[in-house]
Write a protein that binds this ligand. Structure first.
Ligand SMILES: [Zn+2]
Length: 293
């Protein structure tokens, strides 16, 4: 799996190179159009070198002469820039994205950083590698509280899920949470959107169906033990009894709980039934889990 911070950092060298190439192109164009400016700029560079030597050599007379000459070149330069309407910073590197200054993150209204819109393709790539590849059309914007009626309770659950993901809910006992809801009530849609939101806020996060835990690569299993947020969907007691899933899940939860990392299990079954029927090791942890409802 890839994290959004990792993907953005990986693109940094390319962004820097692009910035440099753009600056060089603009500089070359301006010099082509105004050769006298190019002449002045190269003269300024030469004079600075000569002046440095004069300073080291303690030749104050020569130093003063270079200083005066440099000032005169600067005023000629400014006049050319002004008369031709040339950007005075034409030869400096400029950020490709003005919104985030190429950091990849902007501050939201509430002050928390989130991924900048210029990193949309990095976000898509991250979603893809974090178990969300099959849910490209699921977005928080399209999550409707009034879908299937009962808007109040859907809105309440959505807000609580967000608080849990952001670490705002009381986790004095355990960072493990269980959301039990009736079948066909949009649980997967919400689970996917919460995971995507976590990633959009710069967190490392992963979404998986419980039954798929058995098929995950070993390095993915290792990674999900340490990421900021893990969502396990379609959690059911009998699933934990097959394919070694009970062992994998127990190991993952063991590490995550010890590090205080938030995990949400989403299930269509009520908590008491899950606690009763689960793999015993998982069941012990589930009994102490916070409830979302
Ligand atoms: Zn940006």
């Amino acid at each position: 799996m890839k994290t959004i911070k990792g993907l953005i950092a990986a693109g940094l060298a390319e962004t820097e190179a692009t910035r440099r190439i753009r600056r060089d192109e603009v500089t070359r164009r301006v010099y082509d159009e105004h050769p006298e400016l190019k002449e002045i700029d190269s003269r300024i560079i030469d004079i600075r070198k000569d002046r440095l030597i004069a300073v080291i050599d303690h030749d104050e007379r020569l130093e003063k002469r270079y200083e005066i000459e440099e000032e005169s070149l600067f005023s000629q330069r400014e006049r050319i820039l002004r008369d031709n309407g040339i950007d005075p910073d034409f030869d400096s590197e400029k950020p490709i994205c003005q919104k985030c200054n190429d950091t990849g993150f902007v501050k939201g209204k509430d002050g928390t950083p989130r991924v900048c819109s210029c990193k949309q393709s990095e976000l898509e790539e991250c979603f893809d590698s974090c178990g969300l590849g099959d849910y490209t059309s699921f977005t928080m914007k399209n999550y409707r509280d009034d879908y299937l009626g009962d808007a109040d309770s859907r809105s309440k659950i959505k807000k609580q899920m967000l608080r849990v993901m952001l670490g705002m809910e009381d986790t004095s006992s355990t960072p493990l949470w269980l959301y039990s809801g009736a079948p066909q009530t949009g649980k997967t849609y919400l689970a996917v959107c919460i995971t995507k939101t976590a990633i959009s806020l710069g967190k490392s996060a992963y979404y998986t169906k419980c039954e798929n835990l058995a098929q995950l690569e070993e390095d993915t299993i290792d990674a999900i033990k340490h990421i900021d947020f893990l969502l396990i969907d379609d959690f059911a007691d009998d699933v934990t009894l097959h394919d070694d899933i009970g062992t994998v899940l127990n190991n993952v939860l063991e590490v995550r709980n010890a590090s205080g990392l938030c995990t949400v299990l989403v299930s269509a079954l009520p908590a008491p039934e899950l606690v009763r029927g689960c793999d015993m090791r998982v069941s012990g942890k589930l009994g102490r889990a916070g409830k979302i409802a």
